[in-house]
Design a protein. Structure first.
Length: 420
């Protein structure tokens, strides 16, 4: 049996499970261990919600809100007064306060929104950090099985799907809506080195085509199979008929959550593989500078100012989120730092890659681009990706004071692609 210890590296920000510093594995607790993990989750959520309520009460007139050190002293008093809280792990509860302090700092730093309430069944997770630099134990049992030691729960098995990163003192345990447990070790992986071939690629993100590359490749996020999509629709109809609070409704919601989790896993896997492939093949990766959060904000408005085309906007929002626009750009920046160029998206879909003519009439349809000036014909998303690439290459050339990467850009139309 192989046993290793791991030190600490930064990676957890605000106690989130997914991110650039996460190395996630599927956790396989026994029923008794699952009960202990759920108790840790409830304690962490209880402490977090108390901190949210406490900060909501403090105002400038009442003085500054208590910081992390003050809240830890208050937690000690609360554990002495409540035996059920004292029965839990003090590490779990203190780290919930630490995560809250980091979330507040991020909010005042302008990078995140204000921390809000956590709900049972939705926010199930806790973080473990070694005290005084002590390393937490992880050991390998077989080729596909490992164990991690969780305080007051014991050794919990997980799937050894890949090597556990070294230098890890903190990890997070979380349960998703489908009832699956995961353990994520805080470790920032090394970025993917540039190939050094001087090539650049433009990436156009869309709904019909998830990612179109300037090389002519098009890639789509794999969703549910036809049978899975039909079953999801049936379950949604059953959910609409089920009585709130009934056992039947709970079972239907669990089945829907499992299908949604399968869809999310496929999307996440596609993003990871696509971003890794682009980072390995190209020196410069150009993407549109899109505000995905603003684009997917609800359009229903208010009672006084109701929104327009709400159903159409809602469908578009679901399509954007289902294609992983934001996650793809974020993972590219994690894996290829300094090599991702964000381009202004204005008119990229209307500009001809061959002659540079920009007109709304160039977009013949959603899928076909035909330039009214030179007759260039191409797949619309691929043409937009090439416009994005050319803009990024031109910006890089201006910054370098010489020729762009890969030499001059050839804008002459290709006869094979011209319309008859």
């Amino acid at each position: 049996m192989e046993e290793t210890r791991h030190g600490d590296r930064p990676g957890f920000v605000g106690g989130r499970l997914y991110g650039s510093g996460m190395s996630r594995y599927r956790l396989c607790p026994t029923p008794v261990q699952e009960a202990g993990l759920l108790e840790h989750c409830s304690h962490a959520r209880y402490v977090w919600n108390l901190a949210v309520e406490q900060h909501a009460w403090w105002t400038p007139r009442r003085g500054p809100a208590p910081n992390f050190a003050v809240q830890c002293r208050q937690l000690t008093g609360a554990r002495a007064a409540n035996p059920w809280l004292a029965a839990g792990s003090v590490t779990v509860q203190q780290q919930a306060l630490k995560d809250f302090a980091q979330a507040v700092s991020n909010f005042f730093g302008g990078t995140h929104r204000r921390p809000t309430w956590r709900k049972a069944g939705l926010h199930e997770g806790f973080r473990i950090v070694g005290a005084r630099g002590r390393q937490w134990d992880v050991r390998r049992l077989s080729r596909r099985t490992g164990e991690v030691r969780v305080p007051k729960v014991g050794w919990v098995r997980f799937r050894w799907s890949r090597a556990v990163p070294g230098g890890v003192k903190s990890f997070r345990v979380a349960r998703d809506r489908a009832g699956r447990w995961h353990v994520a070790f805080a470790a920032i992986p090394d970025p993917i080195p540039a190939p050094g071939n001087g090539e650049a690629v433009g990436v156009d993100r869309g709904v019909a085509v998830s990612a179109a590359l300037s090389t002519g490749e098009t890639r789509a996020v794999p969703g549910l199979a036809e049978a899975g999509a039909e079953r999801l629709n049936r379950l949604l109809r059953r959910l609409a008929r089920a009585q709130r609070g009934s056992n039947r409704r709970a079972r239907v919601k669990a089945a829907i959550a499992r299908l949604k989790a399968r869809e999310a896993d496929r999307r996440r896997d596609w993003v990871e593989k696509t971003s890794t492939d682009l980072a390995r093949r190209f020196d410069v990766i150009a993407v549109e500078d899109l505000n995905v959060r603003g684009m997917t904000r609800s359009a229903k408005g208010t009672i006084d100012a109701p929104g327009v085309n709400v159903r159409a906007r809602a469908g578009l929002n679901r399509g954007i989120l289902a294609n992983g626009w934001g996650r793809l750009a974020a993972r590219l920046e994690h894996k290829a730092p300094g090599r991702v160029v964000r381009v202004n998206p204005a008119y990229t879909s209307q500009t001809c890659n061959a002659c540079g003519h920009c007109a709304s009439e160039n977009r013949e349809s959603q899928a076909v681009f035909r330039c009214v000036a030179c007759g260039w014909r191409d797949q619309a998303d691929v043409n937009a990706a090439r416009s994005i690439r050319d803009t990024a290459v031109g910006r890089t050339a201006a910054a370098r004071g010489g020729l762009p990467l890969g030499g001059p850009v050839n804008r002459e139309p290709q006869p094979a692609l011209l319309s008859a």
